[in-house]
Design a protein around this ligand. Structure first.
Ligand SMILES: [Zn+2]
Length: 405
């Protein structure tokens, strides 16, 4: 996958000066005609906008952000940045410049139409936490990875689960089943080899479905987490009740893919904070499911956020048979706001924190020098009114402008 090369590039960056500028081979002196001089790609300079960089820092007015190739090469107040000669300049007066957004919990994303719809609204990365076709078609991957009109696809492969575990038991969904602890590392490695970027496991005991569903053992989960972490890969767990959340915490999972529906207790919140875990609430899922559980999920999220818990935005798009919002997840954003998250916290959840749970925090999620240039430019100030996030002016994906006003 493209992501793999990006990650390798990130590793290389530790030893090389830059990934953005490939080494130009030294021309052979000679008897043959010299190659024409390589024309560098002109830089793109965004000027006059207000920057929200995704780190949670205060906005910077009258900013200059410079993109060279696919990466950000300079960003800061106008007085501190020199615009390179020959740069293409776009005046961003009246706009806010943000990192490209993520939806960190979707399904059905192996689809060009949906990836294009997300990218067009500034959601330049989605994390698919349970593919409906696996392994995916290489033909499709080749098409979507080479074309910046499509949102970047971070793959969770398919759930690792026991035989007849969730989601096989309930929906007949796909799962990579394991029966023994010895099979756990093999499953992780096979999924990674097949193109998974993160590992998704089931921690579903079945209470929410009114049935008892077989679960992975503690030893199996620990072996999955250990193997994933050895490969620098994070593990996301499906959980819907406190008892299952407790196991996810105790057994070393990195993020929880849904808010739970029974009241969360303080000890669990504290344990999540201590272990630097992230929560992906998927309020849209719970609102779609209904059954009055919405009251608990909003209250749980409010308490978790008030305690300082880290949230990554994700909706569980197509994780249930009801329609979900494609593109900018304005409904989810409104519910996060209802749960007491500030506009800045919501932006960080959709950018920096979502990049973290996607294993991409070194490359994306904030607008900083060296990162990939995924940029969302909206009219107005989302800190004053979150609805501004829908007033998209420009979208830049991997340094390419894919939407203009
Ligand atoms: Zn899901």
């Amino acid at each position: 996958m493209k992501l793999k090369s990006v990650l390798k590039c990130a590793l290389l960056m530790a030893t090389l000066a830059s990934c953005a500028t490939p080494t130009v081979p030294t021309p052979t002196p000679a008897t043959i005609a010299p190659f024409p001089a390589v024309t560098p790609i002109p830089a793109l300079a965004l000027i006059n906008g207000t920057l929200i960089d995704g780190t949670g820092a205060d906005p910077i007015k009258d900013v200059v952000l410079i993109i060279q190739g696919e990466r950000i090469v300079a960003v800061g107040p106008r007085s501190s940045i020199e615009i390179p000669e020959g740069a293409q300049i776009i005046d961003m007066q009246g706009t806010t410049i943000l990192p490209g957004f993520f939806n960190a919990h979707v399904h059905g994303a192996y689809n060009e139409e949906k990836l294009a719809a997300w990218a067009k609204e500034g959601v330049t990365t989605v994390r698919d936490l349970g593919a409906y076709q696996w392994p995916p078609s290489q033909v499709l991957l080749d098409r979507i990875e080479k074309d910046n009109r499509y949102a970047r696809l971070v793959s969770g492969g398919i759930f690792i689960t026991p035989p007849n575990g969730y989601p096989i038991a309930v929906f007949g969904g796909k799962g990579h089943t394991i029966s023994t602890t010895a099979e756990a590392p093999l499953a992780v490695n096979e999924l990674l080899d097949q193109g998974a970027d993160v590992i998704k496991i089931s921690m579903e005991s079945g209470r929410i479905f009114g049935q008892q569903i077989p679960m992975l053992t503690t030893e199996q989960v620990k072996a999955i987490v250990a193997t994933a972490h050895q490969s620098g890969t994070r593990v996301s767990a499906h959980a819907t009740f406190s008892s299952d959340l407790k196991r996810a915490i105790d057994e070393g999972v990195d993020d929880v893919a849904h808010m739970i529906v029974d009241p969360v207790n303080d000890d669990l919140i504290k344990a999540m904070l201590e272990r630097n875990m992230y929560w992906v609430p998927t309020i849209e899922l719970w609102m779609n499911v209904g059954q009055g559980q919405d009251a608990n999920v909003i209250v749980n999220l409010r308490r978790y956020v008030a305690a300082g818990g880290q949230v990554a935005l994700g909706t569980d798009f197509e994780g249930y048979y009801t329609p979900f919002q494609l593109g900018m997840p304005t409904k989810e954003i409104a519910w996060l706001s209802e749960a007491g998250m500030t506009p800045m916290q919501i932006i960080v959840a959709a950018t920096k924190n979502a990049a973290h749970v996607s294993n991409l925090e070194k490359e994306l999620g904030t607008l900083e020098i060296g990162k990939l240039a995924d940029v969302l430019i909206v009219e107005g100030d989302p800190l004053q009114n979150l609805k501004a996030l829908s007033n998209v002016q420009y979208v830049i994906h991997n340094g390419e402008v894919i939407r203009t006003p």
